[in-house]
Structures are given as C-alpha cells and as structure tokens.
Design a protein around this ligand. Structure first.
Ligand code: ASP
Length: 731
C-alpha cells in the first residue's frame, strides 16, 4: 500500500551536503554510507520504516502552520514561542499578563487549554498518483481537469477521515509528478505548560528577525492530551497525557561547531522548481508590490497604535505578521539579486533543454522528452499572459491580510455562498471539515480590531484600487466608493460603513456564520454588502486560478520529469507543508567580504545587547541570573557561557518554525526558529555559502527552566537529571 514516493529508485548522495528537504521515503533512497559519514548514528530505517509507514521522523508534529516535537513519552511538545503565541495571548489579561511575564504550570492541573490549538501526528503516507490522475476524463480541458483532480482529492480525504480523529490531505509533489495521501491523528486537547517571558521569547523583536547574531529564546512547551484509552478527545479533566510513540529526549550536552544535526518538520512552500521567468516575475512584480502595500499598512498600524494603548495591543498580532512577510519579501529580493538566482535557473533550464535535444535525437523516449520542452514553452506563454492581470489579482488577494472588516465580511460571504452547495462541491477551504476552524478564526478576530487603523487601511486600499487601469477594475470598490479617489469622499464613506456595520460585533458576527447569502443581504449592512461584492470577484478569480492550476498539473510534471531524469539522482521536491528532514552541520558563515560570523551566541552576548529599551529588554529575573553567571550544568566549556542560539546549514523555510533540531542519535539539541537574512531567498535555490538556519540551543532552554524558573517537576519529567536515553520510543 505504501509505495515509495518518487519514481527514482537510485541510492545516491545529494549534490550538496545540506541541500534538500527530503521526504521520509526519500531518506531510504539516500546512500546509507553517506548518511553515516555525515553523522547519522541511527539506521536510516529507524528514521523511517516504509513497512510501517512511520518512524522517528513522526516525532515531529504539525502544530498549525508551525512544527513541534514530542520531547517526552508524556505528551510534552516543544515548539516556538511565536507558534504558541495565540494560546499565550488567549490567557493573558492586563492583570495576569502571561505574554509579558511568561507562564509555568507548576502542576498538570494548572496547564492552560488552548482554544483551537491542535497537534497532528503523522500516521501514514500513501502514493495515490494513479488514482488522482486516473480521475481525469479523456479530452478534459484545464478547468475540467482541475475539478476532476480536486474532486478525487476530496474523495480520498473523505474516505481517509472516516477514521475517528483523523486529518488527511492529498499533497502534490513536483507540480503533480506525484500525489500522496497523508494521514494524521489530530489531537485537540493541547495545553500550555511553559512560555518564557516575551523579553526572552521575542528578544530582539522585529529588529533581529531574519538576522544573525541572535539571542532569542523562541521556544514554548505544550502538552497534548488524549482520552484514557489513547484516542483523541476534546478537552476533559478525565483526559491523560498523550503517549507519543516517538519522541526526542533532550541532549543535555548540546552541540558544538562541526556537529551533525537534522532538522525535521513541515516546511510550507518553496519555489525552486519554478521556471526562471516565473521566478523573475516574483522578483520584478510580486515582492516589490508586497513591500509597497504591506509597508504602507505597517506604517498605518504603527502610527495608529502609538496613539492608543489598547489599540497597540489590538494591532500587535496583524502587525507582527505583516512585518514578518514584509521583511521576508525584502530578503527575497536581496537574495535573488545577490545569488543571481534567476540567471542560474535560466542556465539550468538551458542545460536540461540541450540534454533533452541530444536524447531526443537518439533515444526511444524522444516523444516524451519533446513533450517536456513543449510543456515548458506552454507554461512560459501562460506566464506572459497572466502578467497583465497581476495588479488586480494581487490587490484582490491582499484583502485577507489588511483591514479586518473587509477580510471578515469576505469570509462570511464566501462561507454563505459555499454552504448553499453540497459539501463535496464546495471549495476545499469552505467544506464542513473546516467550519470549526473558520468559526474559531472569526471569533479570535475580535481581538485584532482597532477602528482608527481599520478605517485608514480601507481608505488606503480604495485609493490603490481606484488607481488601477480601465481593464483591471475591482468592481466592488467602484460600486461602493466610486471610480475616482477623493480623500474626503472616501473617508466619509468608510466612516459611514463602519458606523452602521455589525460585522465587527462579536455576537452578531457569530450569528452571521450560519446565515445564507439572502439573509446576509437582507441585513443591509454596508460592510457586509461590500464583502458580498468582493466575494463574487474573488470567486471568479479563484475559477481563473483553478484553470491555471489545471494547466500546471498537466504541463509541469512533463517538464519536471525531464529535469529529474537529467539530475540522475534523488532531488528533494519543493516544500508543500508535508513532513521533511534536512541533514546539516553546525557552522557559521561569511555574510559579506571581510566578515565572518561564528555559529554560537551566549548569555554574555544577550546581556551586551540589552539597551533597556524595546526590543532589547532582558526581564529582570533572567538578567539577574545571567549577570551572576549562575550557569548550572548548562555552560559550554569552550564558550565558558551558556549558548543561546546556534546556526546550522539546514535547508529550511517558513513552517519549519518550531522544528526539532536533533543530533545523530535522535536527541534534541535545539529548536529551529528562523533563517539568516542572506538565506531568505533559499526558497528559490540552496546556496551552501549562506544557507543557515537559526536554532535555540537546548542548553538555553534547560538553563531557563532550571536556573531561572526552578521548573523542577518539568525537568524531572524531561529526564534531564539522568542521562538521556537514545532516541525515544514508548512502545
Ligand atoms: N521564521 C520562520 C517561520 O516563522 C522560519 C523560517 O522562515 O525560516 O516559519
């Protein structure tokens, strides 16, 4: 049933040591001697057993856009502070501000349940390529093709989710060379055990984000619970800690430069398989436009937040997200240019095309290879054609990221429209299985609303939309705000809209969640009316994108098969949110001519950076211990200090946040939380000179728990007082 994931069955070493986000199945295609040589001490089969479809890699769990890792047989999961942010925020009040102070549950009964917090533990991976492709009717056009593939995926997911507490997805690899059904157990009782104060978890804030040197304790610990019989269950006092089959004991001795490490997790999206011209489009249009639009939104949120203390808290979360993507876009641009990535991709494509031409002249597969070249040409033509609609599409798509009012109104409108359809005919994101999540999200949005900022964001949006060319109009904007921008006029209309809307009133909004389009229309709510109109345009845009995706699913695999065959060895597919592992070494790098960065930072470095002003305020209970040099057992003998963060050349991206960084024995030596600035554009290509991920050193975690927090019970549970067992297995 569980077949190998890729068509390649070669046993080989990859081109560059750190390169590759390998799928579990691919680990067994890599040369075991090479892996041993790198520093892997457990047999590759222990990482992944294809017979059972599981292994140590399954100790890395999906925690909703981030990664986490089991670190005990009693359900303890370590992840990033920024990944547990929502749960910490949920339990914070001005009187008991857990975000600022941090939190430690002294006993199990004190742990704090996280609304909507979930942990997905992978259970199996099944190749469903032939079933998915077999569902496409002969002669289907691209739109029909897309629908047929999507339908099959939904059916497979529905069948898979008949098992209780199961969450499934069909993941696409290499644009459709392979489709894999991923089945996970979903644990829904997840409770906060420990969070450091924000001054540790977010030390350096936005200024240090995507940077090195770094001194951030970006970690938090939660615990997953199950029913007494081990099955997943909603929160109940009767629940017991989940018994994870695989976990990563903490390696109390930590790491040193040159050590082998692996980073396991759920990288979200990368673009290495894009054609050079598609990369160029992101470089010349997408990232600059993101900088422009998000940069403006950031300025507005910051200015308005400064005027009002409660407003500052309200905008904090959206602002954090915008800063993160905005700075990331800047890093992509800098890296694409510095690494000459588009040009390199052009050359690589030319090499494949030349290889294909040579093959075509002689080999019997000539027809297949010829179709690869034609597929590439067709993809290029489509890409050319779509640039015309770029500005409109970008702006329509940005609705969800900017002002909360229109974003929420659009979600309500689309949900209502989609609910009129039978479940299997809805868009996947609005199917019944998503409703709890949508509801949670719509409820949580309440915290993010700050009217003065909202209104300015909408006005700025309208101004941009009204400036679009004649053939790129956003009809909803024209209808509700007119075609020509006038600051006074638009601001007055926005004021009127917000004065009478009920979309931002929690109780009313939660009623709207179950209403039909007709009921929503009958409310005659002006913001909702704007949302209903925007939703129609977004629906039409999604149809266009579906057709494009249908085309991609037809053409891209043709081209990718040629690229993979030309490579002649395993090539890790682009990230797609599924479980991957990368093999790496602890090492520094040179960010520019004449400068070399060492791979470790220390408490002394953290204190040296402290200015007493945000974002460099070390909480007093931490600085006291650091200044007294009370290192406990966590000092690194060479550094003569407690290591705080370290670098490795692991191949990571967004979504790898919270990934366990483990040594050759499968013990946890750190928690991944970022990449360095020079490495942001690794999404387009791996560059061994600057490919560095940033990790919290496990000894900093232990120092915090031991010397700062006196978290004895937790430390005992983590087994760090005794010598750590080798790669943990419970059963
Ligand atoms: N900081 C990133 C995240 O939030 C991790 C990365 O992109 O390397 O997922």
């Amino acid at each position: 049933m569980k077949k190998t994931l890729l068509l390649l069955s070669l046993v080989a070493a990859p081109a560059l040591a750190g390169e590759g986000k390998w799928t579990p199945q691919q680990v067994l295609e890599l040369d075991p001697a090479w892996l041993r040589g790198q520093g892997l001490q457990v047999p590759p089969k222990k990482l992944w057993d294809p017979q059972r479809g599981t292994g140590l890699l399954a100790g890395a769990v999906n925690v909703g856009g981030c990664t986490g890792a089991f670190i005990s047989s009693t359900g303890l999961v370590i992840t990033n502070h920024h990944c547990a942010f929502g749960v910490i925020q949920e339990h914070s009040t001005p009187q008991r501000d857990l975000l600022t102070q941090g939190f430690l549950a002294s006993e199990r009964k004190d742990e704090l349940p996280g609304k909507g917090a979930r942990v997905q533990v992978p259970r199996s991976f099944t190749d469903v390529t032939s079933q998915v492709l077999g569902a496409v009717p002969a002669g289907a056009d691209d739109a029909v093709r897309f629908k047929a593939i999507e339908r099959k995926q939904k059916e497979l997911v529905a069948e898979c989710e008949k098992r209780p507490a199961t969450r499934c997805q069909v993941a696409t690899f290499d644009g459709g060379v392979n489709y894999t059904l991923v089945e996970s157990v979903e644990l829904v009782d997840v409770r906060l055990v420990y969070a450091p104060p924000r001054g540790v978890g977010e030390y350096g804030g936005e200024e240090d984000n995507w940077m090195w040197p770094r001194h951030t304790g970006d970690f938090a610990i939660v615990r997953a619970y199950s029913a007494p019989d081990g099955s997943s269950a909603a929160y109940s006092e009767k629940n017991v800690p989940y018994k994870a089959e695989f976990f990563f004991p903490l390696a109390t001795e930590g790491v040193k430069p040159g050590d082998f490490v692996m980073v396991l997790g759920y990288p979200g999206r990368t673009y290495r398989a894009l054609l050079a011209e598609e990369m160029a489009e992101r470089q010349s249009r997408l990232y600059p436009r993101m900088r422009d639009v998000y940069g403006e939104a950031i300025r507005i949120l910051e200015e308005e937040g400064e005027k009002d203390a409660a407003g500052k808290i309200a905008v904090a979360s959206v602002l954090k997200g915008l800063h993160n993507v905005n700075k990331n876009a800047g890093g992509q641009l800098a890296g694409l240019k510095r690494g000459n990535i588009v040009e390199k991709q052009r050359q690589a494509e030319a090499e494949v095309a030349a290889w294909v031409a040579k093959k075509g002249a002689s080999a019997k597969g000539a027809a297949a290879w010829a179709s690869a070249v034609k597929a590439r040409e067709e993809l290029l033509a489509e890409q050319q054609a779509t640039t015309k609609s770029f500005e409109r599409e970008f702006l329509l798509g940005a609705v969800a990221r900017l002002a909360r009012g229109p974003a929420v109104a659009v979600t309500l409108s689309r949900l209502a429209a989609q609910r009129a359809l039978p479940d299997m005919e809805r868009r996947p994101e609005y199917m019944e299985r998503e409703h709890v999540r949508i509801k949670d999200r719509l409820e949580r949005e309440q915290k993010n609303v700050f009217l003065p900022a909202e209104k300015r964001l909408v006005t700025a949006y309208v101004r941009r939309a009204q400036a679009l060319g004649a053939d790129e109009r956003i009809a909803a904007v024209d209808k509700h705000f007119g075609k020509v921008f006038s600051e006074k006029d638009v601001a007055a209309k926005v004021d009127a809209m917000y004065a009478s809307t009920q979309v931002l009133t929690l109780a009313e909004r939660m009623k709207m969640v179950t209403e039909t389009v007709a009921q929503l229309e009958a409310r005659k709510d002006p913001l909702l009316a704007f949302g209903l109109d925007l939703a129609k345009e977004l629906e039409a845009l999604d149809d266009t994108l579906d057709r494009r995706q249908g085309m991609g699913s037809r053409l891209r695999p043709e081209w990718r098969k040629a690229v993979l065959a030309h490579a002649g060895k395993p090539v890790a597919p682009d990230a797609n949110g599924t479980l991957r592992v990368t093999f790496a070494k602890v090492q520094g790098y040179s960010p520019r001519d004449g400068a070399v960065y060492t791979p470790q930072t220390t408490l002394a470095g953290m204190m040296a950076k402290a200015t007493g002003e945000e974002p460099f305020i070390v909480p007093e209970r931490v600085s006291k211990v650091a200044e007294a040099k009370r290192y406990g057992a966590w000092m690194d003998r060479k550094l003569k200090d407690v290591p705080v963060n370290f670098l490795a050349d692991a191949d990571t991206t967004g979504g790898n946040s919270g990934s366990p960084t483990v040594n050759g024995k499968g013990q946890l030596v750190g928690v991944n939380f970022d990449r360095v600035w020079e490495n942001v554009a690794n999404d387009f290509g791996y560059n061994p000179d600057v490919a560095r991920n940033v990790n919290v050193d496990v000894r900093y975690v232990l120092w915090m728990l031991d010397q700062v927090e006196n978290a004895d019970a937790l430390l005992k549970e983590l087994g760090v007082r005794k010598s750590s067992p080798v790669a943990g297995e419970t059963r």
